[in-house]
Structure formats: C-alpha cells, structure tokens
Design a protein around this ligand. Structure first.
Ligand SMILES: *[C@@H]1O[C@H](CO)[C@@H](O)[C@H](O)[C@H]1NC(C)=O
Ligand SMILES: *[C@@H]1O[C@H](CO)[C@@H](O)[C@H](O)[C@H]1NC(C)=O
Ligand SMILES: *[C@@H]1O[C@H](CO)[C@@H](O)[C@H](O)[C@H]1NC(C)=O
Ligand SMILES: *[C@@H]1O[C@H](CO)[C@@H](O)[C@H](O)[C@H]1NC(C)=O
Ligand SMILES: *[C@@H]1O[C@H](CO)[C@@H](O)[C@H](O)[C@H]1NC(C)=O
Ligand SMILES: [Fe+2]
Length: 495
C-alpha cells in the first residue's frame, strides 16, 4: 500500500519535472535589475551564548522571551507570551491604559515540553480581549515574583483609508547580521507590526536541535516583539523533525512557544490562518503542512524513502484537497476589499525565485493556488526561505494547460507582486548564486541582508521600501509604490 502511495508521488513529480523542462526550453528573456552592490562574502556567525542580546533578565523567576501577537480576527485582542525558568509562577497579565494603573487582569495558561534531553521553561500564553483599537496599553507579567512591564498599541479599527506601517522580516536567526537587521528595523519610528515570513531561531542547526537556542532567540527579539505584534509564518526551520533522536512530532518547539489566532479564521492548524489588521487583510499560508509531515513520518518509519525524496513528498502534500486547500478556497471569497482594501499573503517558500537555491520548491503550491490569488487580486505576496532579496513584476503563470505551451510567466495586472525577503541574516549565510540571465519576471534582485517596510497610506497607495543592512536606516536600496489592485481610483472598488 505504501508502495502505491510512493508510486503516485513519483508520477506527480514526473509531471512537475516535465513542466520545468518545458519552461527551461522555452527560455526567458532578459529581465530587470541585478544589483551589483558588493557585500562582504564570508558566512555569518551566530552571536555567542553570552552575548548582551541573550542576557537573562535579573530577578527570581523573571519573565523572559516576552512576545505578543494578534489575538483575534479583527485586532481587538492580543496574545501575550513569556517564559519563566524557576517555577511556573503566575500566568496572569495585569494591564491598563495608564502606566501606573494596571487595573485590568487576564488569566492565561502555561505549558512546557521536552525535546531529546532538553526541557523547556514554563511557557505562558495569555490573551487580552476586548481591547480598544488604536490605544496604547501597558502590561505586566511575572506577577508574585519579578514583575516586568511592557507596552503596545493596538491596531486601528478595520477601515478603508487607515494608514498603517508593517515591517517585513524573514529567516532571521541569531547571528551578528540578524542583530543588525533587527536594529535597522527598530530605527524606523513608523513601523507598527512585523510580518514575519518564517524561519525564526535556526536552533535546528545545532546538535540535537539544541532548544536552548530557541530560548536565546526569544530573548534576542524581545526588545521588539514584546512591544509590537509579530505575525508568525512557519518555515522549514520550525519543523524540528528529528527521528534520529526520537523527535517525530513536527513543529513541537514552535507550537509550544508561538501561538497564533488560527481558530478565529476557521483554520484547523496554526500554520495557515488570516487576520484583519487596520486596512490590511493578511493571509498566512503553510509551505510545509502537518498533513505532509504525517506522511513523511510514515515513509521514514518504513524506511522506504531517502531524505531528498521525503523533502519533495512533504512539499507535494501541501496540495489539493488538504485542509489548507479547502480553507483557502473558502477564505478568499470572504475578503471584503471595501472593508480591508489591502490583501497580503505570507508564506515561507517563494513561488518566483531566480536564485540557484531551493529551485522550484514552491512549485506545487504555486500550481494549486496561483489562479486563486490572481482571481482575488492579491496585492502582494511576501516569502522568505531564499537568503537574499528579490522583487517581481506583476506576473502570473496560470495559462498553461499542457497542450498550449503557455508555461512562462506573463505580465498580469491582476497578479500580486512577489517579494522574497529571506535576508534577515541567519548563520547559513547569503544566497549569492543567481540564474543568468535574470528572468523577465524579476524586477530587482540583490544578495544582501536587510528588511522591508510596507507603508499603507490610504485605500489606493502604499509605499514599499527594502532597506539593505549596509546602508544604515535612511537609505533605501529598492522601493516601489503599490497601487491597490481593487482601488485603482479612490471612488471605485473594481473587485
Ligand atoms: C481602569 O481605569 C481606567 C482609567 O481610570 C478606567 O477608564 C477603566 O474603567 C478602569 N477599568 C476597570 C476594570 O476598573
Ligand atoms: C544533551 O546531550 C548532549 C549530547 O550528549 C550534551 O552535550 C548536552 O550537554 C546535553 N544537554 C543537557 C541539557 O543535558
Ligand atoms: C546588538 O545590537 C544592539 C543594538 O544595536 C547592540 O546594543 C548590541 O551590542 C548588539 N549585540 C551584538 C552581540 O552584536
Ligand atoms: C551556481 O549554481 C549553478 C546551478 O546550480 C552551478 O552550476 C554553478 O556552479 C554555481 N556557481 C557557483 C559560483 O557556485
Ligand atoms: C493616497 O495617498 C497617496 C500617496 O500619499 C496620495 O498621493 C493620494 O492623494 C492619497 N489619496 C487620497 C484620496 O487622499
Ligand atoms: Fe527556510
């Protein structure tokens, strides 16, 4: 029976590879700009465990790794998460709109997990509900022992012309470069929330996936993630599937540490979900589904596939008739562009990528979902995974029907702009090897670390800018004005 499954997968892979070959033969014409910016070439190193950014806060049972994310669909709730090391302590959060008067409280829960010979601290999650929009709240965690206080501002009420500025960070890791990326992001006074496109700590690059590196990462990003919501996408470095040390439950550390409000959008798993945030509707998709992971585990246990084959099987099972497929099919028609004009999709593995890394990994997913994204006029798709930067023109590749030979991306005004922003700065280093010539769909590409800003001005306009680490904050290495796909003019919604 397992053989049968495997045979079908091989067949599917064959069809996919034929499409690749056809595309290759047809050839691409010369594309956009490949930046010749010269950056330092050596591989980046992780910050040592005793670095200032990993310091444990002082005090008995002091809360650490504090981070927040949106807690419901509309943005009137916030999930507060933190870790205590010595004892569970309290999972309560005290909060209020005045610094000295935290007269509201909410009660959360704590959990912990083990991974090989590591045991986590007590991981607390507490949701603050019925918050007022566009309001600054102060909150305290660590009640009864060492108390630490932070603050955040809730997103504005959902609406047509609500200005809002998102930061975009991917594949961050915890290297010296990661620290520079985060520092540059923080120096933008306008940035209000982070859209994180996956691959958080890279703890899995350490022996036995040393989960202490999940803790250091949590302490590292606290300086931003405790004060503004980070919207999470799961990447391959969140899978933490390690049967060689008996760890066969995928996403275990990620699921325990990072909660997302997936149930609020009718999703059945934290890897795909949606939120409304100001004037934006954000859909997070899974490039690696648990559905695929179950199969992977099965194949691995029966020892019938090599790791490469498993990787491909895993990717192909993000596809049709999976829970994510059904969810997205029902989700896209729910987006009301006269309420949230901007439609943004986040995923980890890019669909359009002209670097010689992770070639075609996003292909199965693209074939399934690209027609829907074009039909629903998604404004932008942000992805990570490839450790470099790239921005596409508005293109689609949905006309192909096996016989018509139309297998190349073509200009398409209804299509999103695809941006790869996997250049947060992790220890694996930059992807510098690009396909030549630059494909026509690629508008700009550069192998440098950095982050981006998506600044929504009103229903028609958003300013997008990519900041390369080497330039300090004020200089922008790539930018474009986004014109909303539905609101080409302020008077008419064309969707
Ligand atoms: C907390 O204090 C604020 C400001 O004085 C007040 O508006 C609010 O109603 C109070 N909340 C509770 C639960 O007492
Ligand atoms: C876990 O095992 C590794 C390898 O045997 C060892 O180096 C490490 O110190 C152990 N960690 C803990 C927390 O016991
Ligand atoms: C990380 O960046 C912060 C802020 O720029 C700086 O204070 C800190 O010393 C840096 N730490 C390391 C290890 O680079
Ligand atoms: C870049 O990638 C191509 C395709 O995988 C390979 O043939 C080539 O040797 C690589 N170039 C360098 C400099 O690594
Ligand atoms: C929307 O923002 C753009 C860019 O700031 C501006 O040029 C345009 O006039 C604004 N539209 C309206 C209706 O205010
Ligand atoms: Fe990745």
């Amino acid at each position: 029976m397992a053989r049968g499954v495997e045979g079908k997968m091989r067949l599917g892979l064959g069809v996919m590879l034929s499409a690749v070959l056809a595309a290759g033969l047809a050839g691409f014409c010369q594309g956009g700009v490949t930046s010749s910016f010269v950056r330092k070439a050596e591989k980046t190193a992780d910050m040592p465990i005793d670095s200032d950014v990993f310091a444990v806060p002082p005090g008995y049972n002091a809360p650490q790794q504090v981070h927040i994310t949106q807690g419901n669909h509309e943005g009137s709730a916030m999930i507060i998460s933190w870790v205590t090391e010595d004892e569970p302590g309290s999972s309560d959060v005290l909060y209020g709109t005045h610094k000295d008067k935290l007269n509201n409280s909410a009660t959360g829960k704590h959990t912990r997990y083990s991974f090989f010979n590591y045991t986590s601290g007590y991981i607390h999650h507490c949701t603050l509900r019925r918050l007022k929009h566009d309001t600054t709240y102060y909150y305290a965690v660590g009640i009864d022992h060492t108390v630490r206080t932070f603050w955040f501002t809730t997103p504005p009420k959902v609406g047509l012309d609500v200005p809002y500025t998102f930061g975009l960070i991917g594949d961050l890791g915890q290297s010296y470069d990661s620290n520079i990326t985060l520092s540059h992001y923080e120096s933008n006074p306008k940035a209000q929330a982070v859209l994180f496109v996956g691959d958080l700590s890279y703890a899995d690059n350490y022996p036995n996936h040393d989960n202490a590196r999940w803790d250091t990462w949590g302490r590292f990003v606290e300086r931003s993630a405790a004060y503004q919501p980070w919207i999470w996408t799961a990447g391959n470095h969140e899978i933490d599937f390690a049967p060689e040390i008996g760890e066969i439950q995928p996403f275990k550390p990620f699921r325990h540490r990072y909660h997302v409000p997936y149930k609020a959008s009718g999703s059945t798993a934290p890897f795909w979900y949606s939120i409304k945030h100001g004037s934006a509707y954000i859909i997070v998709l899974a490039s690696y589904s648990a559905y695929g992971m179950k199969l992977r585990r099965l194949l691995f246990q029966r020892n019938i596939a090599t790791d490469d084959e498993l990787q491909l099987n895993l990717l192909s099972f993000t596809g049709k008739y999976t829970p994510q497929y059904k969810w997205l099919e029902e989700e896209l028609p729910k987006v009301d562009r006269s309420e949230t004009p901007w439609l943004i999709v986040l995923m980890h593995s890019p669909w359009y990528n002209s670097y010689n890394y992770h070639y075609m990994e996003g292909e199965t997913m693209r074939v399934m979902y690209e027609p829907w994204l074009v039909q629903h006029k998604v404004d932008a798709v942000f992805a990570g995974h490839v450790h470099a930067y790239e921005r596409s023109h508005r293109i689609s590749n949905i006309a192909y029907n096996i016989v018509n030979g139309k297998c190349q991306p073509v200009e398409d005004e209804s299509a999103p702009v695809y941006i790869t922003i996997g250049d947060g700065g992790n220890l694996e280093g930059l992807a510098t090897n690009m396909t030549e010539p630059q494909p026509s769909y690629s508008a700009f590409r550069e192998a440098s670390f950095g982050h981006a800003i998506f600044e929504i001005k009103n229903r028609t306009h958003a300013y997008y800018a990519w900041h390369r680490n080497q330039d300090g904050y004020s200089r922008v290495a790539d930018s474009m004005w986004f014109h909303n796909r539905c609101w080409r003019s302020p008077n008419e919604n064309q969707c």
